[in-house]
Design a protein around this ligand. Structure first.
Ligand SMILES: [Fe+2]
Length: 166
């Protein structure tokens, strides 16, 4: 959705679209093979990539606040409908700054989830994001922790009967 939102805003030409398509093809296949070899490594790598994304969007917000990105702070700048629908952005909260906040929150969640999975033993530990009946939203917990949930934390929750083993 992040990619679709930015594509809707900037309508890249054929060359740029091809480069995005090719990069996705290369990344997808490399990640697929990488995941077969070491899921932990892949989750850790994605965790760090997402960490960079959070830092980049934070820098972007700082620069918008300093007035260094006038195109995005222009009151006439419209964000695409696809973004308003996807994030259910309320009326009056649909600026580029709001959109970046939503996107950054997603990245923070991806970062926490991937670092958490990177902290776990892939062969024996439960996946805290697969549970359905514990009432605990591990996704929210992980989003608030840049380094993810510690393995000990996840296992303690399961030992105390919260969550189901998957
Ligand atoms: Fe992400």
């Amino acid at each position: 959705m992040h990619l679709m939102t930015f594509i809707a805003m900037y309508r890249p030409g054929r060359l740029m679209r091809f480069m995005v398509f090719a990069a996705q093809g290369i990344f997808y296949n490399t990640m697929f093979i990488g995941y077969l070899i070491s899921p932990s490594f892949c989750h850790r790598l994605v965790g760090y990539l997402e960490d960079e994304a959070v830092a980049t969007y934070t820098k972007c917000l700082t620069e918008m606040d300093k007035g260094w990105l006038p195109q995005w702070t222009d009151p006439d700048f419209k964000i695409p409908d696809i973004a308003i629908k996807y994030w259910k952005m309320p009326e009056g909260r649909r600026t580029m700054r709001d959109l970046i906040l939503y996107i950054r929150a997603d990245e923070a969640s991806h970062r926490g989830v991937n670092h958490t999975l990177g902290n776990l033993d892939q062969t024996s530990d439960p996946n805290p994001f697969m549970e359905s009946d514990s009432g605990v939203n591990h996704m929210h917990l992980a989003a608030a922790k840049p380094a993810g949930l510690e393995r000990k934390e996840v296992l303690e929750k399961y030992a105390s009967g919260v969550g189901t083993r998957t």
